[in-house]
Ligand binder design. Structure first.
Ligand SMILES: [Zn+2]
Ligand SMILES: [Zn+2]
Length: 205
């Protein structure tokens, strides 16, 4: 079991194939993200094949366990994330030059002796973290009225039914007429409250 993602190619013969089991503390490969708790080691297997002029083909399967907050019910939940990636390392004939643009292509340079796949592992796992985390596809979320977690119990709020009723009015062919009635009702209410006001003013003077 290896606890680092730095590999020494000098141990591998040409056209030789090696497999390593790895177990890495997340902090060692800078797996630190807001609102995401890495609660397990990064585990996996890394396959190396040395071929050609000291080229090394790397294929890695990695996974870990994270804890995050559900976007609907706000409960914390755990989630397993896993990734597979491939990289090809080629000895660097020109170490003075910058090759940073090669990183995304899966083609990398190394010094011919050791190489490090920490950053590849970190990136591969980070893109697996859900942007809109849900504890379950079936999560019912919270009641918008009383805040009850609807996964645990059903509340007796009626507000949500009213809201749905209004929405269906908009799609009704009589939406305009319905709106006129609502407006007329409001006007009547205003009139009666105005008259009450006048009455109370008269009463007090
Ligand atoms: Zn949820
Ligand atoms: Zn409720």
């Amino acid at each position: 079991m290896k606890d680092t993602l730095i590999f020494d190619v000098r141990n591998i013969k040409d056209w030789d194939f090696n497999e390593y089991e790895v177990e890495i503390p997340p902090s060692r490969i800078q797996l630190e993200i807001d609102d995401v708790e890495f609660i397990d080691q990064v585990c996996g297997s890394v396959h190396l094949l040395r071929h050609g002029d000291n080229d090394v083909y790397v294929k890695a399967d990695v996974s870990t366990e994270i804890e995050m907050q559900c976007g609907k019910c706000l409960e914390m939940f755990t989630n397993n994330i896993a990734a597979t990636f491939e990289v090809q390392f080629t000895p660097d004939s020109n170490p003075e030059e910058e090759h940073s643009e090669e990183i995304d292509e899966g083609e990398r340079y190394y010094d011919g002796e050791t190489f490090d796949i920490s950053e590849d592992t970190r990136r591969a796992l980070v893109i697996q973290i859900p942007v809109w985390p849900l504890c379950s596809q079936m999560c019912e979320g919270l009641c918008q009225n009383c805040g009850t977690n609807l996964n645990d119990e059903i509340c007796s709020c009626e507000g949500t039914e009213d809201a749905e009723g209004n929405v269906s009015d908009v799609s009704s062919p009589f939406a305009d007429l319905s709106q006129m009635i609502e407006t007329a009702k409001l006007e009547n209410q205003n009139k009666s409250s105005n008259s009450k006001e006048r009455f109370s003013k008269n009463g007090s003077s």
